[in-house]
Ligand binder design. Structure first.
Ligand SMILES: C[S@@+](CC[C@H](N)C(=O)[O-])C[C@H]1O[C@@H](n2cnc3c(N)ncnc32)[C@H](O)[C@@H]1O
Length: 260
């Protein structure tokens, strides 16, 4: 599979030969790889894949427009124009995942739950430290994007990552046994789009499936600045449901809490 963007096509047409055909994972000296590819069909800021016969635009209409796009040289997931990752104040999309994993002080023996997998960048970062990661993704369209994305490959190749497809993390948690997990990454869509993933009943169930002293990183977002103090509201709700808030991190726009 060859991955293309308008920027790459322009570089190629300007005579550059040392290019990445996998969205920046590796660099190739391009000889005949792009022969036969309809380069003029690579348009806008979409990402495309060429399978040797057909050019695929990596965008899907489901209940909205889901697509990959390049940001700071790496693919990100956008849903209806909303970025699913924090990148503005970071070097690239992977910085955030690394920092989240660092906050959780992951170790090999940890059993990690990544509630909202997306492209799996947080799950993959966690799998570099911990032996066991369960990642859940509800959306078919997002799963399709992750399966196309060369940077999500580990999700489907590593034995230590279990991907639960097309299931809500809330349903998964309701069915899971007590005290299964020692670390949780909860990186849901923003509050206005996924209210139940910020609810007391969710936090209680999450606590039930965690061992005592388990650590949670919960992305909350920054709605607080102008509208409401979402960070404060979430912290209060977590505390009511058996979590002790250890840190409110303004840069990561999230909360670190411990199961008590
Ligand atoms: C902010 S993104 C997660 C990004 C992810 N941490 C990464 O590194 O790529 C949120 C994801 O949660 C998914 N999602 C929304 N509701 C969900 C639910 N109830 N259960 C599981 N996943 C859900 C969305 O489809 C989206 O892919």
């Amino acid at each position: 599979m060859i991955y293309l963007t308008r920027e790459l096509v322009e570089k190629f047409q300007n005579g550059e030969k040392k290019l990445s055909l996998d969205l920046g994972r590796s660099v190739t000296m391009v000889t005949n790889e792009l022969d036969g590819v309809p380069l003029d069909e690579v348009k806008g800021d979409f990402v495309y894949a060429w399978d040797g016969e057909e050019l695929w635009k990596l965008a899907v209409f489901d209940d909205g427009l889901y697509r990959l796009r390049m940001m700071k040289g790496k693919p990100i997931l956008e849903i209806d124009g909303l970025r699913m990752h924090l990148i503005k104040e970071f070097g690239d999309v992977f910085d955030y995942s690394e920092l989240v994993v660092r906050e959780l002080k992951l170790k090999q023996s940890d059993v990690v739950l990544d509630t909202c997998m997306g492209l799996g960048y947080t799950a993959i970062a966690a799998s570099r430290k911990a032996d066991r990661v369960v990642a859940i993704e509800l959306s078919r369209a997002v799963l399709a994007m992750a399966k196309w994305n060369p940077w999500s490959r580990e999700l489907f190749e590593l034995d230590r990552i279990e991907v639960i497809e097309e299931k809500s993390c809330f349903d998964y948690i309701r069915e899971a046994e007590n005290e299964k997990f020692t670390k949780v990454i909860h990186d849901p869509p923003r509050f206005s789009n996924a209210g139940e993933l910020y609810s007391r009943s969710f936090y209680r169930e999450l606590k039930r499936v965690c061992k005592k002293d388990a650590l949670l990183f919960h992305y909350v977002g920054s709605l607080g600045k102008k509208k409401r103090n979402i960070m404060g509201e979430v912290a209060k709700r977590l505390e009511e449901c058996g979590w002790k808030v250890l840190k409110k991190d303004a840069r990561l726009q999230g909360i670190v809490a411990k199961a008590v």
